[in-house]
Design a protein around this ligand. Structure first.
Ligand SMILES: [Zn+2]
Length: 58
């Protein structure tokens, strides 16, 4: 199974496909050689609702 990681370099932002077994490893970006922590990105995190914000503001 493969999944996509995105290069953290704001000037690159290349998406790369990595294998599932590479999770937790560090792979270099193919373009800018920035080291990408596989599985370390926060893109898959669920949205956490902040306490204190209850309901829409009227
Ligand atoms: Zn890159």
């Amino acid at each position: 199974m493969v999944f996509a990681v995105q290069c953290p370099n704001p000037k690159c932002r290349k998406f790369m496909l990595v294998e599932d077994h590479q999770k937790g490893q560090i792979v270099p970006c193919l373009l800018c050689k920035t080291q990408i922590k596989v599985g370390g990105t926060s893109s898959a995190k669920p949205v956490v609702s902040k306490p204190g914000q209850s309901g829409p503001t009227s």
